[in-house]
Design a protein around this ligand. Structure first.
Ligand SMILES: [Fe+2]
Length: 252
């Protein structure tokens, strides 16, 4: 079995002006809860928006990430700075040359961390990323955990669905060839689950602020006070079970 903690969207600021709670403290508490689990997770996958756009660089974030109690696999999101991310996190993973995707073994799984933030900051995959993914999927002998920042599926929330995910259909066709067991994403700052491309696919609640939900799109999409949480994905040949882990009361 592989046990993976998914943390997402801490939006670490460097000005202390956090809207609802201190995400750095929430991240430290998440690390402490992971370290105290009766079965230690094999890895943490951090599915993007490590820093907030308000922050300049990664100097405030790196010391925190280094406190992770198990191997941590960092991914970029639309609030990250791709050039700064590549420099700051050099050596953490074998990043592709023209985007920040990579693959890494976790227990008996293969993590495929797919960079879904396009150069224009939109969500999706360009030709280079699709070709990279096709090559990776074709080579892997292990079940694959596919992680992205943006959910590639239709969420039912207009503020997410209207911008869309470029080339979602091409991604779906690649996944339908087989090999991918589970799809995880961030970006929504909320928990969502669906079946997409034949896989259980989900987004996780954020370590940073929450985001409001309007299914009609009539209400403004805005930061919201939500308890920070993370997800724990247990994956074995028998199946995949995911648990939402709320940070302990008072830990934010
Ligand atoms: Fe975010």
């Amino acid at each position: 079995m592989a046990l993976i903690a998914q943390l997402t969207d801490p939006h670490l600021r460097d000005d202390g002006a956090d809207p609802f709670h201190d995400p750095a403290q929430a991240l430290r508490h998440a690390f402490a809860q992971i370290a105290a689990m009766d079965i230690t997770p094999d890895a943490i996958v951090l599915t993007g928006d490590i820093i907030d756009r308000s922050a300049t660089g990664y100097a405030h974030a790196l010391p925190l990430l280094r406190q992770a109690p198990v191997p941590l696999w960092p991914m970029p999101g639309n609030h990250d700075d791709p050039a700064g991310f590549r420099i700051a996190l050099e050596g953490w993973a074998d990043f592709a040359p023209d985007h920040l995707s990579y693959t890494a073994p976790i227990a008996d799984l293969q993590l495929v961390a797919l960079d879904s933030t396009l150069p224009d900051c939109g969500a999706g995959l360009d030709r280079a990323r699709l070709d990279w993914l096709a090559g990776v999927l074709g080579k892997s002998q292990k079940p694959i955990l596919l992680a992205l920042h943006h959910p590639p599926f239709t969420t039912g929330a207009p503020h997410l669905d209207k911008p869309g995910f470029q080339n979602a259909d091409a991604l779906l066709h690649l996944i339908e060839r087989g090999g991918v067991r589970r799809i995880i994403a961030g970006h929504s700052h909320r928990s969502m689950q669906t079946i997409w491309a034949g896989c259980l696919s989900s987004t996780a609640p954020a370590i940073g602020h929450g985001l409001s939900l309007s299914l009609s799109g009539a209400q403004r999409h805005k930061p919201a006070r939500m308890a920070p949480a993370f997800e724990l994905h247990a994956m074995s040949p028998k199946g995949c079970v995911s648990h939402q882990i709320d940070l302990e009361q008072g830990s934010d």
